[in-house]
Ligand binder design. Structure first.
Ligand code: ADP
Length: 310
């Protein structure tokens, strides 16, 4: 039974500061895998929740309370072996087990704008208390969370727009999907021509754009010494159904049919970030992860002996 499960277990890591879109990303990912996009009613979406037959979300925030030895003893190997893990996970060892990892890198300006929107507009907190809570988290964030991005296979970087000079509203976003080259089972998405450097303004006859418009960029770059491909979108969509026009110009999307990215975006139009690059790149990353999952499972099935020895 265990071996059987082990042949089907793929572990994906997702890291970001709190309130930076992890749950939203997981909901998009689970949906791509064909599972329910919602955690069970009444359940804490951040906790160790079984979401569907194919995907399980394990939140490492739950593991802080366990001491290091405890976590080490219980070991993390259990996840990899497909055993239902009860708890402890030893954080620093988790990285080695991941088949793929993602980091959501929200710039300070945008993080602040999101917190204000949520905590001030929706929860009635004061500006001062929001500032203070961000400041209070900073040392832990800088010590334990932020350094993870250099190890990630894909990073979604969220920055203020460059389309409006000196914008500090944090409403229009410039989002960069940074994809590491040379990762097994993962081929970066590209725009028009793989490896070229391209700037594209799709607004016009086929895409409705109001001020300040939409601008895409694609090209090779270096990220913490790694070769990466970067796909960038600045601005936001007016009409989500027109996204099909953008989708038709992207390659290596790992869709199962033409228009799947647009369909997923329309399906979850109510999720935060659906009208900009955050939603688009989370959706695309979800599709790439499904592809990676299928390839890993297929390779394990083809060489069961090799897989069980490793
Ligand atoms: P986490 O799981 O990391 O705490 P969530 O996915 O629950 O984050 O998102 C927390 C809040 O942050 C959302 O309710 C929303 O207010 C804001 N948020 C998250 N992602 C986005 C986005 N892409 N665009 C705008 N706001 C967002």
């Amino acid at each position: 039974k265990i071996t059987c499960l082990a042949d089907k277990t793929v572990v994906i890591g997702l890291a970001a500061d709190s309130g930076c879109g992890k749950s939203t990303f997981m909901r998009r990912l689970t949906s791509v895998f064909g599972g329910a996009a919602e955690p069970p009613r009444g359940g804490n979406p951040d906790s160790n929740t079984l979401i569907s037959d194919t995907t399980t979300v394990i939140c490492l925030d739950d593991y802080h309370s366990l001491d290091r030895t405890g976590r080490k003893e219980k070991g993390v190997k259990a996840i990899k072996d497909g055993i239902a893990v009860e708890k402890p996970i030893y954080n620093h060892r988790v990285r080695d087990l991941l088949d793929f990892s993602i980091y959501l890198d929200i710039s300070n300006e945008v993080k602040f704008a999101w917190k204000i929107q949520r905590d001030m507009a929706e929860r009635g907190h004061s500006l001062e208390s929001i500032k203070a809570s961000i400041e209070a988290r900073k040392p832990d964030f800088e010590a334990y969370i932020d350094p993870q991005k250099q190890y990630a296979d894909a990073v979604i970087e969220v920055l203020p727009t460059q389309l409006i000079p000196d914008d500090n509203e944090g409403k229009i976003l410039r989002v960069r999907l940074i994809m590491k080259e040379g990762v097994k089972y993962f081929s970066p998405v590209y725009l028009f021509d793989e490896g070229s450097t391209i700037s594209w303004i799709p607004c016009g006859r086929k895409l409705t754009c109001s001020y300040p418009g939409i601008k895409f960029f694609y090209g090779p770059e270096s990220y913490f010494g790694h070769e990466v491909s970067v796909l960038e979108m600045d601005g936001q969509f007016d009409r989500l159904d027109e996204l099909i026009y953008v989708e038709s110009h992207l390659s290596s999307l790992s869709t199962k049919f033409y228009g799947e990215v647009t369909q997923q975006m329309l399906k979850h139009a109510d999720f935060p970030g659906s009208n900009n690059g955050t939603g688009l790149f989370q959706t695309i990353t979800g599709l790439k992860i499904r592809d990676l999952y299928e390839q890993i499972i297929a390779s394990k099935a083809a060489a069961p002996l090799e897989a069980s020895k490793a």
